[in-house]
Design a protein around this ligand. Structure first.
Ligand code: ADP
Ligand code: ASP
Ligand code: MG
Length: 403
């Protein structure tokens, strides 16, 4: 069997944990399996690298940031190889260049395109455990790129697909995927299974347990994922195409503080104005989420929308520099907002789902700023300070704490 195992930052955070991971991998190796291990940077190392960079230059180049980031995962794989060696098992560490993990050239948010498997197979044939750096790729000119925060999950899934692995296991600091972040909602319940589509929505809406792109890739290539704890042997959560369990109307709640609301006010109320505004943002690669347009009055209207908080400044710049000044009065930005979402494949057939959510928020005196819905989710924008209260209220309203 060929197994891809991925361990996150906390799971390799110190010497003891590194040896703990080494032993778990060696267990599979000794059963005769081929073992490929993807590692993240230790503990908070990626955040520390950002702080170091900003201390030197508040506006560091994205290329150099990626060059810096790659040292984090490189440290982990080298130390892990040394730990395995100390335990008497041959291992080799490889970075994205050595494997040849080809990606697009968008620094900080690159996408993997193609992975050469020759080197990895060669090392596995020598009966070595192969340790691969997560989160990184190389572009056409061999520049290092990174895949976006949390991107090591995506490395693992891409490798599992390229190597046609028999299993892809994501080890983290919780026991699996829960109905909500167990650190924010104390009654959150571990799910036995979840579909790709639901997991993709949850991950995109703020459930950081899996990088959303990893779920997209897993779905595309039919890679079944197991998310479980690196610290104990409890059964985890399987992420797959369809679940055998009775479909619940709602499967989870997610919250995301990385949101900002932008309002363009006093826009000329004429055909094509929304197109021009959003086309401009799309051309600048700015992802817009919830959109709200007010009723026109005196020939003008307001359009508000949300973007990620880290792209708010850029969004305002793009509008100020490119949108005709005569076509609007002012732009307003608010960053102290958060998105709270409920996700469930069963929603399609149940019209009352959104109303339930609004009632729960009303009962807890939480004001809804914006609303957006899709076939399998309802998202509301609330004040950032209300996020956890809202997540708990909604989680309880749908009875998610009960099995
Ligand atoms: P790793 O370093 O292992 O990749 P992450 O911090 O990226 O770990 O992801 C694990 C964290 O995701 C958990 O500690 C938990 O707080 C958070 N999380 C958010 N939503 C969920 C959820 N629905 N189920 C489980 N964990 C979640
Ligand atoms: N080390 C990277 C991060 O902190 C990638 C990862 O952990 O998945 O975002
Ligand atoms: Mg992660």
């Amino acid at each position: 069997m060929l197994i891809v195992k991925k361990f996150g930052g906390t799971s390799v955070g110190d010497k003891e944990r590194i040896f703990n991971v080494a032993r778990r991998c060696i267990e599979d190796y000794k059963k005769g399996h081929d073992v490929v291990v993807v590692l993240s940077a230790m503990g908070k190392m990626t955040d520390e690298l950002i702080a170091k960079a900003k201390d030197i230059n508040p506006n560091p180049s994205k290329r150099e940031m990626d060059m810096l980031f790659t040292t984090g995962e490189q440290t982990s794989v080298a130390l892990m190889a040394m730990a395995m060696d100390a335990l008497g098992v041959p291992a080799v560490s490889l970075n994205a260049f050595q494997v040849a993990m080809h990606s697009t050239n968008k620094y900080g948010n690159a996408r993997l395109k193609r992975i050469d498997t020759e080197r990895i197979h060669h090392e596995l044939d020598q009966r070595k455990i192969v340790l691969v750096t997560g989160f990184q790729g190389i572009d056409h000119y061999n520049n290092y790129t990174t895949l976006g925060r949390g991107g090591s999950d995506t490395t693992a899934v891409a490798l599992a697909a390229a190597l046609r692995a028999d299993a892809c296991e994501i080890y983290t600091d919780v026991e699996g995927v829960y109905t909500a972040d167990p650190r924010k909602v104390k009654d959150a319940r571990k799910l036995k299974e979840i579909t790709y589509n639901e997991m993709l929505e949850l991950a995109t809406l703020g459930a950081g347990v899996l990088h959303n792109r990893s779920v997209e890739l897993a779905k595309k290539h039919g890679v079944q994922l197991v998310v479980r704890s690196s610290l104990n042997t409890a059964e985890g959560t399987t992420v797959k195409e369809a679940t055998s369990m009775e479909e619940k109307v709602v499967s989870g709640v997610a919250g995301d503080k990385n949101a900002a609301r932008i309002a363009v006010m006093g826009l000329h109320d004429e055909p094509g104005i929304a197109f021009k505004l959003f086309n401009l943002l799309a051309r600048n690669n700015i992802n817009v989420d919830i959109i709200l347009q007010s009723v026109g009055r005196d020939g003008t209207k307001d359009i508000s929308f949300t973007v990620t908080e880290d792209s708010a400044d850029e969004t305002v710049e793009v509008i100020k520099n490119n949108f005709p000044r005569a076509k609007y009065k002012e732009i307003d930005v608010e960053t102290k907002v958060a998105k709270v979402s409920v996700v469930g494949a069963g929603m399609l057939a149940h019209p009352g789902v959104a109303a339930n959510m609004f009632q729960a928020l009303y009962q807890h005196d939480i004001n809804i700023r914006m609303i957006s819905t899709s076939e399998i989710r309802v998202t509301v924008l609330v004040n950032e300070d209300d996020m956890e209260k809202a997540m708990n209220a909604v989680h309880e309203a749908y009875g998610l704490q009960e099995a």
